[in-house]
Design a protein around this ligand. Structure first.
Ligand code: ADP
Ligand code: MG
Length: 730
């Protein structure tokens, strides 16, 4: 049979197996299967640390049968068989109800797959799947390293292993696999050929094989990703944009004159960088990273003003309605009469600032859209609603995306497409981005950083309140809130959930604790996360009785949200119990304490963002991370680390460690599977940097990608996947 990478798996494996693989693992072609690498390798005699398994994990383990005990069940008819297996380091029970398990003889070795459960004090698998390693099985099982694949309930690791074997037999080796990497590049970096690497990753003899194969296969991932990004950068550099040079006596000068503070050194420097780039007719693509509170908004506003002065429009895209409204309000406030051109008390030399969000009533929306379309609105602030069809700009000159981590590349592109010519783009994020992520996810952007906070900030102190270890501390936390309020200041209490009828933790994106546990099951036997509505009520009746407490969350009507936010901003509300709607950008300098309930349910970056809300004024902020997690657990230590440092870059690294990389990558994920299978953003920094340089050079020499059809095909496949993902989301 001739096999190619595009051959349908059904032809090699038969319809039934192929269907299961497609449905549960999204493996459809020979290429998919070959790129489905083992997660790890089991070796006989080397212990799998069964003791470390977490309840709920879906795992495959290699172990030996120790004891088999069958008994009649008392409560119902039938027999129950308990099989004890071990691997030297630990033991666990397999439980079978009325099932044939006759082959499970003492001393037999096998692979056992199931979801880890707990019964009394010991871990167990309830009727797991298993595959015994018998002497007369094929030579696969005699190998020293048995590959353990990411598997599913319907397709076990050993089925995948067998399938690879079938594929090898059918094709007479992996010789049919063409290597996309140019030979010169391969020899320069001492890389295996692709067929050799595939053979070694799926059927290694030694650990060295695995390592060399992995090194080579990571290169594929890094290089192809960097080629996509480099191509995007090149295309962007060739786009004709419109120069928006700095003018005098316009909005920008008015903004500068109205600023109640002096710009920091960093704000000035970045401002000059932006002013220069906006003056060119190549569209700017810049990422502005700056700690929470570093004053990115004013930097953006100055850039927007420059563009308006040059006759263009500027759009500011914010992730939430609350934030969009706040931006619109503060920009209008800063511009004064200059923001009300066309109105009675407006300055005719000014412009209009228009807010466009999904919740606008039809009449208001029509008016806003009209002002955007005829160009009278120079500054347009909005949420995703800006991306919709029917929003047409007269002359879009600059797109600013605030808090980028909520938006994908595609959304940025959708807004960019609204210009007659590609507009300039400024992306702002408060989440510090490790260099490797900047080189991948944001690989098509240049970067500026605001390191310095405006002086006179009190900063924020954080502590963990471990209620299991130190129950009395929670009472003390509420006392602190009362003290701050008594001193005329305000507090946030943040909860992971709204309450009432929502069940999930919809408003958080806490990472699963990725402690290397393979194949997470969906089960979560923790109690539901604390809810805004319940906590607010408890506080009103208990420790914060008598204070003016309000709630804020995503289920409120937008005007209602807006009104409550205003009541908090004006000081009328003293304690705001909220979900993470307060996470991004909300600016109430008088708020000095934040109590985060169930802090363990939030991600590291999210906590850092949250506490940024109480580091805004001249008073020192206090952030209390309340958790039931024990101090000694991984979760407890993660929280301790957040409390111990306010260095955003250090936390970003920590975040990367605790998140699965797919989550971090977001936009470069293709379908459900991440494009990065082996490449680690944390560990492969050097490789990524080298691949980036190679990619840039490859595109710049000779005919570029056209000289390398194999690579071109891979790049096209990745780019298509990205588009497909966007279509699915839209
Ligand atoms: P972020 O970078 O988190 O978006 P903001 O732009 O919201 O920060 O700024 C935080 C606060 O700091 C705002 O109240 C803003 O007015 C203020 N601010 C910005 N720049 C300066 C400065 N140079 N000096 C003093 N305060 C500033
Ligand atoms: Mg901001």
């Amino acid at each position: 049979m001739t096999v190619t990478l595009d051959t349908d798996l059904a032809r090699v494996l038969g319809a039934k197996t192929a269907k299961a693989m497609a449905e549960s693992l999204e493996l459809r072609t020979v290429r998919d299967l070959l790129r489905h690498y083992p997660r790890r390798y089991a070796t006989r005699g080397e212990m799998t640390r069964l003791d470390d398994l977490q309840v709920g994990d879906r795992v495959t383990v290699l172990a030996q049968v120790r004891r088999v005990v069958s008994r009649k069940m008392r409560s119902r008819p039938g027999t129950l068989t308990e099989v004890t297996v071990g691997d030297g380091a630990g033991e666990m029970q397999l439980v079978f109800f009325n099932r044939r398990h006759g082959q499970l003889q003492q001393g037999a070795w096998g692979l056992f797959a199931g979801t880890v459960g707990q019964y009394r004090n010991s871990k167990q698998f309830a009727h797991p799947d298993f595959h015994l390693i018998t002497g007369d099985d094929d030579e696969d099982w005699a190998r020293a390293l048995i590959p353990i694949y990411p598997a599913s309930k319907d397709v076990s690791s050993w089925v995948i292993q067998k399938s690879i074997r079938l594929l090898l037999d059918a094709s007479g080796g992996f010789g049919f696999v063409e290597d996309p990497l140019p030979p010169r590049l391969r020899s320069r970096h001492g890389l295996l050929s692709l067929p050799a690497a595939l053979l070694d990753i799926h059927r290694p003899t030694t650990a060295d094989d695995v390592e060399r194969a992995g090194e080579r296969l990571k290169w594929d991932e890094a290089l192809i990703l960097q080629l996509v990004l480099a191509a995007r950068r090149r295309a962007a550099a060739l786009e004709p944009g419109t120069a928006r040079p700095r003018g005098r006596g316009g909005l920008l000068d008015a903004v500068d004159a109205a600023l109640p503070f002096a710009l920091t050194e960093g704000q000035r420097a970045v401002g000059e960088e932006l002013a220069a780039e906006l003056s060119r007719d190549t569209p700017m693509h810049r990422l502005l990273q700056g700690e929470v509170g570093s004053g990115k908004t004013v930097v953006a506003l100055r850039a927007m003003a420059q563009v308006v002065d040059a006759g263009g429009q500027a759009a500011l895209l914010a992730p939430t309605e609350v934030l969009a409204a706040q931006h619109a309000r503060s920009i209008a406030g800063m511009l004064g009469p200059l923001a009300r051109a066309g109105e009675l008390d407006g300055d005719p030399a000014g412009t209009k600032v228009v807010l466009l969000t999904g919740s606008l009533k039809a009449v208001a929306r029509r008016a806003a859209r009209a002002a955007v379309a005829d160009g009278s609105a120079g500054i347009v602030v909005g949420t995703h609603a800006l991306l919709q069809e029917g929003v047409d700009f007269a002359d879009l000159g600059l797109v600013v995306v605030d808090e980028q981590h909520r938006f994908g590349v595609e959304q940025r592109d959708a807004l960019r497409a609204k210009g007659n010519r590609p507009p300039h783009v400024l992306v702002m994020t408060a989440t510090p981005i490790p260099r490797t992520v900047a080189m991948t996810v944001y690989g098509d952007l240049e970067t500026s950083v605001l390191r310095q906070l405006p002086s006179g900030r009190g900063g924020v102190a954080s502590s963990v309140v471990p209620v299991s270890d130190k129950p009395a501390w929670l009472g003390r936390a509420w006392e602190r809130v009362r003290e701050e309020v008594a001193a005329g200041r305000q507090a946030y209490v943040v909860c992971p959930r709204i309450g009432d009828d929502d069940t999930g933790s919809a408003e958080t994106d806490a990472p699963e604790d990725a402690d290397g546990a393979p194949e997470k099951g969906g089960e979560d036997d923790r109690r539901p996360p604390l809810a805004v509505l319940d906590v607010a009520e408890g506080l009103r009746e208990g420790p914060l009785a008598g204070l003016r407490i309000d709630v804020l969350h995503g289920r409120l009507a937008p005007e209602d949200k807006e009104a409550r936010m205003r009541a908090f901003a004006s000081g009328e509300t003293q304690v705001l119990v909220a979900t993470t709607v307060v996470e991004v950008g909300v600016d109430v300098p008088n708020a000095t304490v934040m109590v985060v309930m169930d802090a363990d349910r939030f991600g590291v970056s999210q906590l850092h963002q949250l506490r940024g809300r109480v580091a805004r004024g001249k008073h020192r902020g206090l952030c209390l991370l309340v958790t039931e997690a024990r101090e000694t657990t991984a979760t407890g230590q993660r929280l301790a680390a957040v409390a111990a440092t306010s260095d955003g870059f250090e936390l970003a690294r920590l975040d990367l460690e605790t998140r699965r990389e797919g989550d971090v990558l977001g936009a470069v994920q293709s379908g459900k599977r991440s494009t990065l299978r082996l490449l680690s953003l944390l560990e492969d920094e050097e490789l990524i940097a080298t691949a980036r340089a190679e990619a840039t050079e490859l595109l710049a020499t000779g005919g570029g990608l056209a000289d390398h059809p194999g690579l071109a095909a891979e790049v096209a496949a990745l780019a298509t996947d990205e588009r497909a993902t966007y279509l699915e989301k839209a």
